[in-house]
Design a protein around this ligand. Sequence first.
Ligand SMILES: *[C@@H]1O[C@H](CO)[C@@H](O)[C@H](O)[C@H]1NC(C)=O
Ligand SMILES: *[C@@H]1O[C@H](CO)[C@@H](O)[C@H](O)[C@H]1NC(C)=O
Ligand SMILES: *[C@@H]1O[C@H](CO)[C@@H](O)[C@H](O)[C@H]1NC(C)=O
Ligand SMILES: *[C@@H]1O[C@H](CO)[C@@H](O)[C@H](O)[C@H]1NC(C)=O
Ligand SMILES: *[C@@H]1O[C@H](CO)[C@@H](O)[C@H](O)[C@H]1NC(C)=O
Ligand SMILES: *[C@@H]1O[C@H](CO)[C@@H](O)[C@H](O)[C@H]1NC(C)=O
Length: 548
Amino acid sequence: MLPPGRGLLWFGLVLGSVCASLESAAQGNSAADALNVLLIIVDDLRPSLGCYGDKLVRSPNIDQLASHSLLFQNAFAQQAVCAPSRVSFLTGRRPDTTRLYDFSSYWRVHAGNFSTIPQYFKENGYVTLSVGKVFHPGVSSNHSDDSPYSWSLPAYHPSSEKYENTKTCRGPDGELHANLLCPVDVADVPEGTLPDKQSTEQAIRLLEKMKTSASPFFLAVGYHKPHIPFRYPKEFQKLYPLENITLAPDPQVPAGLPPVAYSPWMDIRQREDVQALNLSVPYGPVPADFQRKIRQSYFASVSYVDTQVGQLLSALDELQLASSTVVVLTSDHGWALGEHGEWAKYSNFDVTTRVPLMFYVPGRTAPLPEAGEKLFPYIDPFDSASEPMEPGQQAMDLVELLSLFPTLAGLAGLRVPPRCPIPSFHVQLCREGQNLLKHFQFRAVEGDPPVHANPRELVAYSQYPRPADSPQWNSDKPSLKDIKIMGYSIRTIDYRYTVWVGFSPQEFLANFSDIHAGELYFVDSDPLQDHNVYNDSQGGALPWSLMP
Ligand SMILES: *[C@@H]1O[C@H](CO)[C@@H](O)[C@H](O)[C@H]1NC(C)=O
Ligand SMILES: *[C@@H]1O[C@H](CO)[C@@H](O)[C@H](O)[C@H]1NC(C)=O
Ligand SMILES: *[C@@H]1O[C@H](CO)[C@@H](O)[C@H](O)[C@H]1NC(C)=O
Ligand SMILES: *[C@@H]1O[C@H](CO)[C@@H](O)[C@H](O)[C@H]1NC(C)=O
Ligand SMILES: *[C@@H]1O[C@H](CO)[C@@H](O)[C@H](O)[C@H]1NC(C)=O
Ligand SMILES: *[C@@H]1O[C@H](CO)[C@@H](O)[C@H](O)[C@H]1NC(C)=O
């Protein structure tokens, strides 16, 4: 993924003259009491977390963060695949504006020279730092994590990342395989470590350096798990005995599901252990005992990431940075763990578009810690005595990941970028998302009542492209040139409504007169989205005029 030597060079830079280079990197923002930002992005994490009401998953450290945070119950990604979602929320623009629906273009040359969240902070005097998977690597971030625009220093990538897809999983035959299910003995793997452990260590080193910096910092830490393959320290399996693992509540492909809506989950089929199952394409099914094993390994990976978040946050505490740092935790999108017979992201359902989203804002979502007080002491997920923790505050409003840009800017006291004109390809700095500051009870005039939006007026948009009406080899990740249909999806507090319409990848035009299929699910009567009532609704006036 990285050219050999780049990681080492980076390491030398940081451990060498870190303070000098970091401070000259910042552009002289005095801002003695500016808030720092720690943005934690977990890859493919659906809200299977204690703080989101999951009774099985052990996530005590993320739950503890939630207990001091404002947690959004209804937050949605704009496209359920890594690079398009990350470029969308990091620029604050929808995929139709970044024109990135696949992995193969760099928005600055392909769509418009849009500013990113870290770039905006950097231009406002922050030292901006990237650890792990923040931008998706490759063309979509110009093979440089959007350097030099977004970051004060080259982005850090853990050296052990290169083993993620190699044969490092010990199978029942005693041999090493490239498996989907990959619990490992960390002492036994190449380099004796895992990418997310290295990222935590690096992030803590950077926090130590930044503690004495005159400039505020924006540190983004991207964890790789629970993205497939499920390569995690094997002891985490013990938290989830197989006999305690249930199947998805709706493991069948729903009868009324239009074939265009279905993701054939081709990537897990490439793994050796899944290939051995000889599953039928495109619908499966996966044998029930293997379904349990996939779910077990996903949950174990979540608990493993939770320990990394716990170590990172307890370091923030130890360094007395918890009173001056906004902490945000989110994910690029969810993942279907057998719901609708699917095992992937790549769709418009809630299970793949809904994400965790929580903001800890010192003195706002929780009282400032007193001297010596610890807000984030590390909690061992194996300690069964630890009590479940409730979120500090919750918001039910529908929100989009697009809101991260204006909301983080506002929380840090920077000017909130203006709303984008339509179209906005020529505008470098503007926002397509809502500013969520009102939720934090920022008031225009002291004494004004807090503003609450009417949740019925709010919507979250997502979209997903397809190359054909029926599932085929490239339905999950069509290249731009192969896209023929776009599924545009609206989620309101009451329903999810999706239309799959003709789309021209040359002109980037959707044809809403060319409807290939539709889906409509009501949240109250069908929360899992298994009973498509689109045909019953034909002729009804649904709010397509709202589409941006
Ligand atoms: C894009 O924006 C960056 C940062 O503002 C600027 O340095 C660069 O010159 C711009 N590129 C073009 C082609 O406008
Ligand atoms: C992308 O990277 C290449 C190679 O480093 C560089 O020449 C080019 O200027 C970069 N593109 C932009 C828009 O900065
Ligand atoms: C598994 O389920 C049993 C019965 O509900 C429960 O007593 C036990 O604590 C569970 N084990 C774990 C590790 O959650
Ligand atoms: C909806 O109508 C279309 C066109 O008549 C049909 O092909 C499809 O099977 C129907 N879907 C359901 C869920 O009844
Ligand atoms: C795989 O499954 C197909 C039918 O689904 C069957 O014809 C074939 O024999 C199976 N192959 C193996 C190696 O089990
Ligand atoms: C849009 O789709 C309709 C229905 O298929 C078709 O008649 C029309 O020509 C299409 N418009 C464009 C601009 O392609």
